[in-house]
Write a protein that binds this ligand. Structure first.
Ligand SMILES: Cc1ncc(COP(=O)(O)O)c(C=O)c1O
Length: 326
């Protein structure tokens, strides 16, 4: 980062940003990429690009990041309202559900969706992986209805590491996707939107509109390049550590989770059901033992990533023992 060659990304002449965007396009098999500060901005640019205007809808799972955590940004920035399609307990929606949701609502003709938004892995449902066959089926149904598909692939590299399906294979089934070089890949900041060259040209305008034009962004893009080259091979280690943590928590607090549910780098524990304690209480007690955990979907959520080593998992397991004992 200190040695990054920089320019002015507002003018498109930061060589390190440009290299990262080209690399992101290569890895995803799309024509072009656009480097932006956050995953939220990346999603908001992709949604805005494919949304025709207020009064229309975007289809998404109700707990997906765009429809829950970012919902106010979509409404405020682009006038987007969501039509929600409930997934199964693993957050997955099917092509049949999408087909039904896209069916014209005759004779009223008020529910017109411009876009289907999918998330892989699903953050709220436990870092679960959606099959590429499901993407294929949903894309087919969406295309028959003349509707585009966007992938919130904040953690698509985790999905790829777990399923063995190349990121480009998922990307081929959607019109746009975004992924974060922050999160599991290990960069401090940054996300990329990928799509056609025309889309990314317009996406750059929207990035400026949303206040995301930055200047010598090569400083952070340099870390993004390292994350993209070195991060993906390392993710299997995070998944292994998450499984070890899940096995231990399931043993320490029976009924809190099923280790078989842990597909990638997230471990969710239901403490209400198993310990009679709110997830916030447990997260606070874990913090007293030096372990950071958050509360998501009314559960304690723990995430393994580049900064979590085997010893840290040992610390977390010891903290669970202490909290459960008393
Ligand atoms: C699935 C998903 N999409 C998008 C985002 C947004 O990323 P950021 O926090 O960089 O805005 C997150 C963040 O946690 C996420 O989990």
């Amino acid at each position: 980062m200190a040695e990054a060659e920089v320019g002015d990304d507002w003018f498109g002449d930061d060589p390190t940003v440009n290299r990262l965007q080209e690399r992101a396009a290569e890895v995803t098999g799309k024509e072009a990429g656009l480097f932006v500060p956050s995953g939220t901005m990346a999603n908001q640019i992709a949604l805005r690009l494919q949304f025709s205007g207020p009064g229309h809808l975007v289809l998404a799972e109700p707990l997906s990041h765009v429809a829950s955590t970012e919902v106010m940004s979509s409404a405020a920035l682009s006038g987007i309202a969501f039509k929600t399609v409930h997934g199964d307990r693993r957050g997955r929606i099917t092509a049949d559900q999408v087909r039904a949701a896209l069916e014209p609502d005759e004779p009223y003709d008020v529910e017109i969706a411009d876009l289907v938004c999918l998330e892989n892995t699903s953050g709220h449902a436990g870092g679960t992986v959606m099959d590429v066959e499901d993407f294929r089926a949903i894309r087919k149904v969406a295309e028959e209805a003349g509707v585009a598909v966007h992938l919130d692939g904040a953690r698509i590299f985790n999905a790829s590491a777990a399923s063995g399906v190349d990121v480009a294979e998922y990307a081929a089934e959607v019109h746009t996707l975004m992924f974060c070089v922050s999160k599991g890949l290990g960069a401090p900041i940054g996300s990329l939107v990928c799509g056609s060259a025309d889309q990314m040209r317009e996406g750059r305008r929207i990035k400026i509109l949303f206040g995301g034009a930055w200047r010598q962004a090569g400083v952070v893009a340099a870390a993004g390049l390292v994350a993209l080259e070195e991060g993906p091979q390392r993710l299997a280690e995070d998944h292994e550590r998450a499984r070890r943590l899940a096995d231990a928590v399931a043993e320490i607090v029976p009924g809190s989770l099923d280790p078989a549910d842990v597909e990638t780098n997230m471990v969710f524990a239901d403490t209400e059901a198993s310990m009679g304690m709110t997830p916030l209480e447990v997260a606070n007690r874990l913090e007293d033992h030096g372990v950071g955990a958050s509360v998501v979907s009314s559960k304690v959520r723990m995430v393994t990533h580049v900064d979590i080593a085997d010893e840290d998992v040992d610390t977390a397991i010891a903290a669970w023992r202490a909290v459960s004992a008393g």
